[in-house]
Ligand binder design. Structure first.
Ligand code: FUL
Length: 476
């Protein structure tokens, strides 16, 4: 046995929980930032806003859900309460809510409306409940505030059906008394685990990692196995944006955080965790709606890049939408989201690999199978013999095909194993050339092929922690 074999085994023993796996398989979902800030043109409300200003006159949660569906999203997460403390549901624990607004004469409940619209459209529903509450008198007092936060979590987790994620923002500033709260994260986590065991705890929680920026930037090598310390909410808070300005939102990833999971970085880490990244970004410069940003909706080109880099870079994508004062999404945003949805569905519709001649080395997996590597089901995978680390897959076409993307997937139930790979293309009448050299694959890797006419494509897995277990190869 080689000296490093044990270390490699240690790394691949770290695998996703069923809830983490299900979350990753959803790939792309949306955020809705809508609250009192929408009416004050602010990003972070002060907590002293009058609920009387919250008056969406044409609220259309069905439009939000249908737009999300058209964009290809699989779920929606609502800011049920942002830092200003205003609740979009009639919480029994505060007066600072929709109950004291003109919306439906105080009888409205936007959490319920959106939960129902999501269910009708086949979308998962998630919640955002900011722990930083600039309105509540108990904020900063310790247990009394934790009781309040836990009571509100309980309302949201018991009255609105299945919740697929609790997006735990670590924001922690001063409250109305100038005090800062020390959050009892363990208590919050336990509340979620008890009431919605299938929900993932994101960002300041231990299930899904913040990618480290709000600009839509993704690491070139994204690892899901990282140091256990990364799951600490204190670390996430320290890395987070410290102000509600655009300057912070476009700040790129800190280069020191570029490599979180190579075997060199992990070798001195005692404890490891499966902690996959989520890329969260807004379709506009702000998270909330500002009329001045109507012409600053991200371009389709930019959104395509973000989608290909994030979903195609072993992260999930959380794309934010910002409804207007009237309660609807602006036509510019709707149009762009439809375009993005069309791009995704058209780009990955026709798998050219299905019509190719397949050649493999090793020639079959240990069960004697070959062609199943072209099937989409995550559960069926090319099972290599233990100790074998190199895999070569060639696809050739009798008549050249125009190829835009190569999609590779590992069966992450068995951790993330591939550390380096190469892709070669053969263009008719030319020799095979190296088109891409990559590192991580993970749940999904999308490689751009540049719409070239090709007659052959070869993928070589050149380095893996232990035998690679690929579940899918597709060419589009
Ligand atoms: C941050 C918040 O401060 C922003 O306002 C926004 O909600 C973003 C998604 O999370 O921490």
């Amino acid at each position: 046995m080689k000296a490093f074999d044990k270390e490699e085994q240690r790394l691949v023993r770290i695998v996703p929980s069923p809830r983490q796996l299900a979350y990753q398989q959803r790939e792309f979902y949306g955020f809705i930032h809508f609250t009192i800030n929408t009416y004050t043109d602010m990003e972070w409300g002060m907590g002293n806003e009058d609920p009387a200003i919250f008056e969406p006159t044409e609220l259309d949660v069905m439009q939000w859900a249908k737009t999300a569906q058209k964009a290809g999203m699989k779920g929606l997460i609502l800011t049920c309460k942002h830092h200003d403390g205003f609740c979009l549901w009639p919480s029994a624990y505060t007066q600072h809510s929709i109950r004291n607004s003109p919306y439906q004469e105080g009888k409205g409940d936007i959490v319920r409306e959106l939960a129902e619209a999501c269910a009708a459209c086949g979308l998962h529903f998630g919640i955002y409940l900011s722990p930083w509450d600039r309105n509540h008198r108990d904020y900063g007092s310790g247990k009394a505030y934790d009781d309040y936060y836990t009571a509100q979590l309980t309302e949201l987790l018991t009255n609105y059906g299945p919740i697929y994620t609790v997006w735990m923002d670590g924001a922690c500033g001063e409250g109305p008394n100038g005090k800062v709260q020390v959050y009892d994260w363990e208590r919050y986590y336990q509340t979620v685990r008890r009431l919605q065991p299938d929900a993932v705890l994101s960002i300041s929680g231990p299930d899904v990692r913040w990618c480290g920026n709000e600009a839509g930037m993704v690491r070139s090598s994204e690892w899901s196995v990282v140091a256990k310390d990364m799951t600490s909410p204190a670390l996430t808070a320290a890395l987070s944006q410290q102000a509600d300005t655009e300057e912070f939102r476009v700040r790129p990833l800190d280069p020191k955080l570029e490599d979180l999971g190579s075997r060199f970085v992990l070798k001195n880490e005692q404890e490891l965790a499966w902690y996959p990244a989520e890329t969260d970004v807004s379709i506009r410069p702000g998270w909330f709606y500002h009329p001045a940003e109507d012409d600053r909706v991200r371009s389709l080109e930019n959104l395509k890049e973000i989608y290909l880099n994030s979903v195609g870079g072993n992260t999930t994508l959380l794309l934010n939408m910002s409804p207007m004062k009237n309660g609807k999404l602006h036509p510019h945003d709707v149009k762009r989201l439809h375009e993005l949805g069309d791009f995704i569905s058209h780009s990955f519709q026709n798998n050219l690999a299905e019509a190719a001649e397949l050649w493999l080395r090793p020639t079959t997996d240990i069960q004697g199978r070959t062609g199943h590597i072209l099937l989409k089901e995550d559960d069926c995978y090319f099972e290599m013999a233990e100790g074998e680390k190199e895999l070569e897959i060639s696809l050739s076409w009798p008549k050249p095909v125009k190829a835009s993307y190569l999609v590779l997937k590992e069966n992450i139930k068995f951790s993330q194993r591939v550390e380096s790979f190469e892709v070669y293309l053969e263009i008719p009448d030319q020799l095979q050339t190296l088109c891409c050299q990559g590192t991580t694959i993970g749940y999904k890797k999308i490689i751009r092929l540049g719409e070239k006419e090709i007659s052959k494509l070869t993928v070589k897995i050149t380095e893996a922690r232990v035998c690679p277990l690929l579940s899918f190869v597709g060419v589009y």
